[in-house]
Design a protein around this ligand. Structure first.
Ligand SMILES: N[C@@H](CCC(=O)N[C@@H](CS)C(=O)NCC(=O)O)C(=O)O
Length: 267
């Protein structure tokens, strides 16, 4: 029996749902409302001391960290395989999935600076810090405070944009031997990036790759054409979220795109 603690829009949880969908694995979903702070509930933190989603419980065994969970699923439910059979091929997949953990931090920076900040600014000042003051990691709390203060003007946004620039550049190169990141087969490397790209698209940041990296744009179109995109990502997003993302992201779009062009000079 598999139980996935996840969130409707949370990209790391969606990353695991993509793997579950690709393998057609049945699971019971338990929604953790991150906006309501349910991730800080002491009972949930016994499962996931980092107070984040996803958490997977398989026959009483608890697993955290989306990349680790995806590898565990691929080993436990090998059909269809989402990693090559040979050690070198698996190492190449792992190079991408390892990197995805740092990319997640950059995705979080963009979401917090474009969306969360705008939403929190509608609340009284004493309410705002409550969203992040319980985050166990001090570096993450500091980043949130910095973003709440400066929004997209924050230097952490430039760091995130440089990270995306390097990622897209390397993807563009790898996809010359595509159609997937490590060659002919869709793997965990591809599965782990889809929800991140879709988040950027919802934040109206798709121009960051569409305007500069054509093979990356084609790769993402292929990812979206897979049935797992609908079942694992689209179907979980509550309809009002689309308008909320759009209305907060549109005013920032030109500024973010211009900053990305500057970031690309450092890549
Ligand atoms: N490295 C972790 C990151 C998990 C993570 O940060 N999840 C986000 C959602 S994508 C979360 O739960 N955030 C909690 C919060 O915003 O307080 C993983 O890959 O599982």
């Amino acid at each position: 029996m598999l139980t996935l603690y996840h969130g409707s829009t949370a990209v790391c949880a969606a990353k695991v749902r993509v793997t579950l969908a690709e393998k057609d694995i049945a699971y019971e979903g338990r929604m953790i409302n991150l906006h309501a702070g349910e991730q800080f509930n002491p009972d949930y933190m016994k499962l996931n001391p980092n107070a984040v989603v996803p958490t997977l419980v398989h026959d009483g065994k608890t697993l955290i960290e989306s990349t680790v969970i995806n590898e565990y699923l691929d080993e436990t439910f090998p059909d269809p395989p989402l990693r090559p059979a040979d050690a070198y091929g698996r190492a190449r997949v792992r190079l991408w999935t390892k990197r995805e953990d740092t990319i997640h931090d950059a995705i979080n920076t963009m979401t917090a600076s474009i969306l969360f900040r705008a939403e929190l600014m509608l609340k009284p000042p004493e309410e705002r810090a409550k969203r992040y003051e319980k985050i166990p990691d001090p570096a993450k709390r500091k980043k949130w405070a910095e973003i709440m203060d400066k929004g997209v003007e924050s230097p952490v946004v430039d760091e995130a944009l440089v990270r995306f620039g390097k990622l897209f550049r390397d993807m563009e190169k790898a996809l010359a031997d595509g159609p997937w990141l490590t060659g002919a087969h869709f793997t965990l490397a591809d599965a782990g990036l889809i929800s991140f790209f879709y988040r950027l698209e919802m934040l109206e940041c798709a121009g960051l790759w569409r305007d500069h990296f054509p093979r990356v744009a084609e790769w993402f179109a292929r990812c979206k054409a897979r049935p797992s995109f609908k079942t694992a990502i689209l179907d979980h997003i509550p309809p009002p979220a689309f308008e909320s993302y759009r209305s907060h992201s549109t005013p920032q779009r030109t500024k973010v795109e211009a900053r990305f062009v500057e970031a690309l000079k450092l890549v």
